[in-house]
Design a protein around this ligand. Structure first.
Ligand SMILES: C[S@@+](CC[C@H](N)C(=O)[O-])C[C@H]1O[C@@H](n2cnc3c(N)ncnc32)[C@H](O)[C@@H]1O
Length: 312
């Protein structure tokens, strides 16, 4: 597999480092190493006593991280989902001691750019879409066997695609003739099944997003990771999350809001707001990319960064 572009421009880089409020001697976790843009910026703030653990599901990201780990003893890497954060943290005896955790969720540019990964409707390749191609089932395998109603639900809910039912029907009719094995086959099929077009958006955009999120269990992993991240943090530690679409951002926003509110008691319960045991304090407002950043990295357009600090 050729990784022709292996470039990934980290989004909201300065904002992320500022949000983590890096302590030189601190313990940090980058739960989505990718190509290490954010990780390198955090390492640049750490002293010789600080350390950073990177996680990623993707073997190509792990390879890039191993090269960094061989040059910098403050950095280590583990191939796992960020939904297994507790295991990674406990095995290092770091529970409750981590000073900052970053989750820059979604896909990396190399994942989209390498046709063989099967993430992109713009490049023809095997319909895979797994962040870790050695685990779980590929998009092609799922589409070959899934129930039409399940496919429709995934496309409608995870892609926010109003033609989910039509597209699911077209998938099932097509697979009865011949298997859907490539990204181009799926993109053409979705295009034909979509009765109308959105401006500046390929008709398969939403369907590809939906199938990718489903295949990688992205929203469930995010929910699990947010909770585990708060357990891992030291008091005063920061959790920084960058999300790329509304479904992810909604999960992050609600989780932060609920944890900042504290115990869920009836509104007339005789207790003051400060006695509700909030787990976190929300730091600032959601941050979006500046015009200057968008000029060099249009992919940052949908990025939203949110930050909380652990209180208890
Ligand atoms: C947007 S990229 C991160 C880019 C990175 N911040 C950088 O500067 O290069 C997202 C990365 O998270 C990884 N990823 C997505 N979901 C994951 C999960 N549940 N567990 C671990 N890694 C995940 C992807 O494989 C991808 O490499």
């Amino acid at each position: 597999m050729t990784d022709t572009t292996s470039e990934h421009l980290p989004v909201l880089l300065d904002e992320t480092v500022a949000a983590l409020s890096v302590k030189p001697d601190g313990i940090y976790i980058d739960g989505t190493f990718g190509r290490g843009g954010h990780a390198r910026a955090v390492l640049a703030q750490l002293s010789d006593n600080g350390c950073l653990l990177g996680l990623d599901k993707d073997p190509a990201a792990i390879k890039a991280a191993q090269s960094l780990a061989s040059q910098d003893s403050r950095f280590s890497i583990e191939q796992c989902s960020f939904a297994d954060l507790t295991t990674a943290v406990s095995s290092r005896l770091w529970q409750g001691q981590v000073d900052g955790i970053l989750l820059d969720i979604g896909v990396s540019s190399p994942q989209l750019d390498v046709a063989e990964r099967g993430f992109s409707f713009q490049k023809d390749g095997p319909l895979d879409m797994r962040m870790d191609p050695d685990s779980g089932i590929s998009a092609a395998e799922w589409l070959a066997t899934a129930d039409m109603d399940d496919i429709a639900t995934v496309i409608k809910t995870l892609g926010e695609e109003r033609y989910g039912k039509r597209i699911a029907r077209a998938i099932v009719e097509t697979r009865e003739q011949s298997p859907i094995l490539t990204t181009r086959q799926l993109a053409v099929l979705v295009d034909k099944a979509s009765p109308s077009r959105e401006r500046n958006k390929h008709p398969a955009t939403r369907t590809f997003q939906a199938i990718r999120i489903h295949i990688n269990n992205e929203l469930e992993d995010l929910k699990v990771a947010l909770d585990q991240a708060l357990d891992a943090l030291a008091i005063g530690g920061r959790l920084v999350v960058i999300s790329f679409h509304s479904l992810e951002d909604r999960i992050v926003k609600r989780f932060f809001r609920d944890e900042a509110k504290g115990d869920d008691l009836p509104p007339d319960f005789p207790i003051r707001a400060d006695q509700l045991n909030p787990r976190v304090k929300i730091i600032g407002k959601a941050i979006k990319a500046s015009e200057q950043e968008l000029a060099v990295n249009p992919r940052a357009r949908s990025a939203v960064l949110r930050v909380v600090e652990k209180l208890a």
